[in-house]
Design a protein around this ligand. Structure first.
Ligand SMILES: NC(=O)C1=CN([C@@H]2O[C@H](COP(=O)(O)OP(=O)(O)OC[C@H]3O[C@@H](n4cnc5c(N)ncnc54)[C@H](O)[C@@H]3O)[C@@H](O)[C@H]2O)C=CC1
Ligand SMILES: O=C(O)[C@@H]1CCC=N1
Length: 269
């Protein structure tokens, strides 16, 4: 199966890393604007750079990882080169399947995926939505591809804005928590290196426990919170500062931005 990745920036490279570590670099073509980026990726992953039309003509799957505003231009540019059975996948936030379909030949299979950057280390979370007329086999092709980057869930397209708020943008919230915890440790007198190591490994350990223990997060939190102890005082302050409500408001803002981007794409197109 020949895979073409178009616009290999931060997200594209994370997906590329997953694909190459599971399947090897043969059969992976990359299309970039800058030649230096092509050479960097060839050196780092052993993949082959190519021009868009030439790569599209040979593709079984094309993965578009350019910015949402650049997707339709790329679809227009590859439309005539694509084989009818080639599956076109977009990783773009707020870019509806309907817009993709408008820019491709009738019946060209399209799939929308919301991945996240932990794909770079094989711990990604991808949510996949199939466009009209995509066969079970074609959807499986895409889920099999994304599973090389981590976990995969199939969702209706109507849920993609909410998915973006939870898992697409989610790593950024946790990186911000990591920064905040390390900084607070420094304020409490720990050397920066030690504070950073403690914060990072704590987030990793809690994450692995969440996924592997199958225990509800409330129970895991209670297990840390000794009556009258230290954790209860820390959680009280987080509640007083409305951290839960802040997460809800932040994720609503993320969801609404994704939905507004999709509306604008549909209207402007
Ligand atoms: N960064 C993230 O955590 C996530 C990003 N996404 C989506 O992934 C897409 C890419 O985002 P990032 O990687 O963050 O942006 P980025 O700016 O790092 O990557 C975009 C890449 O596309 C390249 N590009 C632009 N025009 C091109 C063209 N005409 N031909 C070939 N390459 C071209 C740029 O040079 C750049 O390398 C966006 O649509 C975003 O919504 C989705 C989920 C998570
Ligand atoms: O911030 C963004 O728009 C992209 C989509 C999800 C994560 N990063």
């Amino acid at each position: 199966m020949r895979i073409v990745l178009v616009g290999v920036g931060k997200m594209g490279e994370a997906v590329l890393a997953g694909i190459v570590s599971a399947r090897g670099p043969q059969d992976v073509l990359v299309v970039n604007r800058r030649r230096e980026r092509d050479e960097e990726l060839r050196e780092r992953y052993g993949v082959t750079p190519a021009a868009l039309d030439e790569a599209a003509a040979r593709a079984d799957v094309v993965v578009l990882a350019v910015k949402p505003k650049d997707i339709t231009g790329q679809l227009d540019a590859m439309r005539e080169s694509l084989r009818p059975e080639a599956v076109v996948v977009s990783l773009a936030a707020g870019l509806p399947l309907e817009v993709m379909q408008r820019h491709l030949a009738e019946g060209q299979p399209v799939v929308r995926v919301m991945p996240n950057t932990p794909s770079l280390v094989g711990q990604g979370m991808s949510a996949v939505s199939a466009g009209q007329g995509v066969s079970k086999e074609q959807l499986e092709l895409v889920t099999d591809l994304m599973i090389t980057c981590g976990e995969v869930v199939v969702v209706p397209e109507s849920q993609q804005d909410a998915v973006t708020a939870v898992s697409g943008s989610g790593p950024a919230y946790l990186f911000a928590v990591a920064e905040a915890m390390a900084e607070a440790g420094v304020q409490l007198g720990l050397p920066r290196e030690v504070a950073t190591r403690l914060a990072n490994q704590t987030i990793k350990g809690a994450g692995v426990m969440l996924v592997e223990s199958g225990t509800h997060p409330s129970i895991l939190r209670e297990n840390v919170t000794s009556p009258g102890g230290t954790t209860a005082q820390a959680l009280k302050v987080l509640d007083e500062r409305a951290v839960r409500a802040a997460f809800s408001a932040a994720m609503t803002a993320c969801h609404d931005t994704s939905a507004a981007m999709a509306r604008a794409q549909l209207e402007q197109d």
